[in-house]
Design a protein around this ligand. Sequence first.
Ligand code: GDP
Length: 428
Amino acid sequence: MSSIVIVGAQWGDEGKGKITNSLATNAKMVVRFQGGNNAGHTVNVNGETLVFHLLPSGISVPGVLCVIGLGVVVDPLGLVEEIDGVRAKGIEVGTNFLIDVGAHMVMPYHRAVEAAEEESRGGSAIGTTRKGIGPAYADRYSREGLPIGMLASFGDFEERLRKIAARKNEILTKLHGAEPLDVDAMVADMRRAAERLVPHLADTPELIRETVASGANVIFEGAQGTLLDISFGTYPFVTSSHTSAAGVAPGTGVPPSMLGEVIGVAKAYITRVGAGPFPTEAIDDLGETIRGRGKERGATTGRPRRCGWLDIVALRYAIGVNGIDRLIITKLDVLDAFETIPVCVGYRIGGGETDRFPRSAEELARVEPLYEEMPGWKADTTAARKHDDLPREAMAYLRRIEELTGVPVAAASVGAAAHAVVQFTEIL
Ligand code: GDP
């Protein structure tokens, strides 16, 4: 069996999309297991930049079957738009794309309720993407969700939708003082979406299990990052799904015993979008330099990302939570301009020192990072394709990450293009 799980080892935006896309050329299947169109996976295909939100990042690779697993929440209208956009760029989205019937749908009322809730939180807003992802997951757990498989029997779906939407309108108008949503228009939109999406619906868990068991390469593609995991992240500044490798089983129907290697993707530095504690945040000119060089703006929201130095305490935590076997370090080229590079190797808290990642956001907000300074390389790494092409200091930086984490670095990414990778060991 040769399945691999690709997870973000930080707060997301690590470049998982690019890595998944390039590994997909050796895979039979790419499966998304969580998240929704709050994700934005930027992939460079033949010189053109594509951003996938719901479509798995293997969709541009011919011959790869891409599956949205049951742990994903799907905005039907958003997905139709995304498919049209991707097709317009000449990429096939047909029999190479399946959606599991058990994936729940994000409805317009989820977005409206989320927007109203974020407004009412005022200064303590979570900083969500306002795509309705949290409320859609909440409805799934409160047994008021709508699995996408229901679109295939539209009459039953419509009946259920009308009941739920009426209740949501009460919440919107009475609790939030917002305008009610037009339920007839919602039904009509969903009817149009159903025509487009029903052909892609399938019962996929067994299919995925059979593919893994056949020995073919299957990639489970994570969205967001470990520190945003609903259980293991910096709660409440997290996303509403299991972004870590533990999410694969409930998000696809493939049991843990069938999963292979876990690959953690981490930037050579670290970023965070939205609110929440961030010990190594560089709020000075250096942070601005990282943001500029790394083009650190959200692919889904356009928001500037908060930037800072590599946090080994957080990375070790992510390695433990996911069981990460190997790391891929991305955006190494972004550090090409720095004289020295701080690496956070521990935290100072309450007069003492720790290398343990705190379990509460409040505690994390109180830590002070302890840095080790690594020499920079002040050289362009973007053309590097093999070990010897990298400056000595850049290799020393990667080796230090291995030493501090105890996990081998399988590859370093040095540019947005698919081929801009220095691979040290074979991955798939
Ligand atoms: P994902 O959600 O983890 O797939 O990450 P995003 O797509 O949100 O963000 C990663 C961004 O960095 C994208 O714009 C990529 O094109 C870009 N990128 C990925 N790897 C590299 C790299 O090694 N160097 C540089 N400079 N950019 C990269």
